[in-house]
Design a protein around this ligand. Structure first.
Ligand SMILES: Cc1cc2nc3c(=O)[nH]c(=O)nc-3n(C[C@H](O)[C@H](O)[C@H](O)COP(=O)(O)OP(=O)(O)OC[C@H]3O[C@@H](n4cnc5c(N)ncnc54)[C@H](O)[C@@H]3O)c2cc1C
Length: 463
């Protein structure tokens, strides 16, 4: 058995840092077949329970080995409606690949890239594989078109429900379109194509509708005859540090920066979306979102810095993202914490006042607590600061709908088994429930809620 993965071809860092094209080229047929050969097709596979949507991983790889790529796609489609997305952005190293038996002796099978290959190939070859039950006439509203809403809608449509997704923005996809940059997840070729497959299943999409403003959940029930509602409204409310100078011009949240850059196409000359084109951009934080912001800033022509209060070991972003950011020239300032943002006489950012940190005893998260080193103050020169400190759910829906209970972070409380909230007929899942997490966890929550909604409607309206 070969112990190493078939390498994945990528754009050269010096070339890609000047464009927004996808970094990874993925596998071609020959490479995918060769990597598939490394799978042991375990009788009791550990990779399957490690996948939040329990894709039959050995099953699809077996079909691939036999040259049946279309069949492999059908196996995946039974559990996931966004395989080309997940093949690109899932943290496989912590999930399926983390538990792969091959990984005990060498490198785990590259399950993510195989999933991506199968999904891309079947889309490019127009493989049709959506099995659907007859229409049952029951209407379900889905709020938000991120991975939670899309997977809930997809499952319900397959079960025969009449599903409408309401999306606040002008483009469906949630973080997949407004957050994750083009160079990690192509929008036209991947996200829109996967959303089109849902439309083919009969899912209706209404964009530019803010539930809680344009129309309320109460009105969806009363006036439009929806029998159940799924809330997949995500966690788009950014956190700030509360340090002096944070209101200066040139400070923004990573969500705002990435939305302007990605969704509003600020990087293209033929769009007039304003964006601060800093020459020196400091990104505070070190999660996936921070890496995306820092790497976007590089592509917009800036010198880009990560400022993070813990050490390399505690960086929460995926290893692959950190590696790519370093290759593209992002500079990492570790064990450094901002205490103030410095502005010039016109109120524009001119620097970041920071202190150096050292790691003390572990805190409640289990990670070693960063402790300020006395007298270590210093300034980082920069003209833009992007805050990437995490996000929480927007309170709009809970505050305009009676009976939805939330926790102190604004996350909607649900029954774990069914996904139902404290208000009958309203279900929820994804980041709106957990706070900011991952695509696959949001998808898994959407699927679970779809099953909960099906049971609820059948018991209440279809007996
Ligand atoms: C920049 C960035 C990079 C990330 N990278 C990764 C990664 O590499 N891998 C990974 O697994 N995860 C990643 N994540 C996290 C992942 O994208 C989220 O966990 C996931 O998208 C959550 O899905 P969701 O459906 O719950 O919410 P979202 O994707 O946030 O979708 C919610 C949708 O609801 C809409 N909405 C909100 N309120 C309303 C309303 N009142 N009415 C109508 N519509 C509404 C929003 O406009 C949005 O479209 C990243 C997140 C960000 C921000």
């Amino acid at each position: 058995m070969r112990l190493n993965k078939v390498p994945v071809r990528e754009q050269d860092p010096e070339v890609r840092k000047k464009n927004f094209n996808e970094v990874s080229f993925g596998y071609n047929m020959e490479e995918a077949m060769s990597e598939a050969e490394r799978c042991l097709n375990c009788k009791k596979p550990k990779c399957v329970p490690a996948c939040p949507v329990t894709i039959d991983i050995p099953g699809f790889i077996r079909e691939l080995k036999d040259g049946n790529v279309g069949e492999a796609a059908k196996v995946i489609a039974r559990s996931s409606c966004l395989p080309a997305v997940c093949g690109r952005v899932c943290p496989q190293e912590e999930q399926c690949e983390g538990d792969c038996i091959v990984g005990l002796r060498g490198e785990a099978v590259n399950i993510g890239k195989l999933e991506r290959f199968v999904a891309d190939w079947s889309r490019q070859n127009n493989i049709e594989f959506t099995e659907k039950q007859p229409a049952n006439g029951m209407k379900v509203a889905v709020i938000g078109s991120g991975p939670a809403g899309l997977s809930c809608a997809g499952d319900l449509a397959k079960m025969g429900y009449d599903v409408t997704i309401f999306e606040a923005l002008h483009e469906p996809g949630g973080v997949l379109v407004y957050g994750i940059p083009e160079f990690r997840l192509p929008k036209e070729a991947v996200v829109r194509e996967e959303i089109n497959l849902l439309k083919k299943l009969g899912v209706k999409l209404e964009t530019n509708v803010i539930i809680g403003r344009t129309v309320t959940i109460e009105e969806l029930f009363k006036d439009e005859d929806f029998k159940a509602v799924f809330v997949g409204s995500g966690a788009g409310l950014p956190k700030f540090m509360g340090i002096p100078g944070e209101n200066s011009n040139g400070v923004m949240s990573a969500n705002e920066y990435l939305t302007r850059a990605n969704l509003m196409k600020a990087f293209r000359n033929d769009y007039d979306t304003p964006i601060t084109m800093g020459k020196k951009v400091a990104v505070v934080g070190a999660g996936n979102v921070a890496m995306d912001a820092a790497r976007t800033a590089v592509r917009l022509g800036a010198e880009s810095y990560i400022v993070y209060r813990r050490s390399e070991k505690e960086i929460p972003a995926r290893i692959e993202e950190v590696h790519h950011a370093k290759e593209e020239g992002v500079i990492f300032n570790l064990l450094v914490n901002p205490v103030a943002i410095l502005a010039d006489e016109r109120g524009w950012v001119k620097g970041l006042r920071c202190v150096r940190m050292e790691l003390g005893e572990p805190d409640e998260s289990g990670r070693r607590r960063p402790v300020e080193m006395k007298g270590s103050e210093f300034d980082i020169e920069c003209d833009s600061v992007i805050m990437s400190l995490g996000t929480s759910p927007n309170p709009l829906i809970a505050s305009t709908t009676e009976g939805i209970n939330t926790n102190r972070h604004g996350c909607i409380l649900i029954d774990e088994a069914s996904g139902e909230s404290s208000r009958e007929g309203i279900f929820a899942g994804g980041d709106a429930v957990t706070g900011s997490a991952t695509v696959i966890l949001a998808m898994s929550a959407g699927r679970k809620a779809a099953a909960g909604i099906d049971k609820y409607i059948k018991e209440k309206y279809m007996r």
